[in-house]
Design a protein around this ligand. Structure first.
Ligand code: DQA
Length: 147
């Protein structure tokens, strides 16, 4: 089973970007961890990062009828993108929303997520471990009546 792991804007800067908030792991490091964890769950991980809303939407469309799950950290698009939310709802692939930081402990504008309206579940504040937990959740959804 294939799982799409999508990362949105500015996450390519992980490692040097506000490390007190996002940690010291680079995106390449996270990609390696997520692929290894996926293998452990018997899941084929397709890991992407894009700074472009439309590109993320195209990737979501590509998951339709093909991917078992989508794990998405949409970065700041979380709080702005009706278009990404609509795409996730349209493709009917179970989606787990992930954030490295605890968005509820931060500025008020981060407290609302459009992605949550399309997500089965949300994991935030646990750093890179959130991706591991999300993979476990996708694994657990296999074989269940969906959505
Ligand atoms: C983030 C939280 C967002 O509010 C922020 O815009 C990001 C990263 C996180 O992983 O904690 O870019 O999604």
């Amino acid at each position: 089973p294939t799982v799409l792991v999508l990362n949105g804007p500015n996450l390519n800067l992980l490692g040097t970007r506000e490390p007190h908030i996002y940690g010291r792991d680079t995106l390449a490091g996270i990609k390696a961890m997520v692929e290894a964890w996926g293998e452990g769950f018997g899941l084929e991980v397709e890991f992407h990062q894009s700074n472009h809303e439309g590109e993320l939407i195209d990737l979501i469309h590509g998951a339709r009828g093909r991917a078992t799950g989508i794990i998405i950290n949409a970065g700041a698009y979380t709080h702005t993108s009706i278009a990404i939310m609509d795409a996730l709802i349209a493709v009917e692939v179970p989606t787990i929303e992930v954030h490295l930081s605890n968005i509820f402990k931060r500025e008020a504008f981060r407290h609302h997520s459009y992605i949550s309206l399309a997500a089965r579940g949300v994991i935030c504040g646990l750093g890179v471990q959130g991706y591991l937990l999300a993979l476990e959740a996708v694994k657990g959804l296999i074989g269940q009546e969906l959505p």
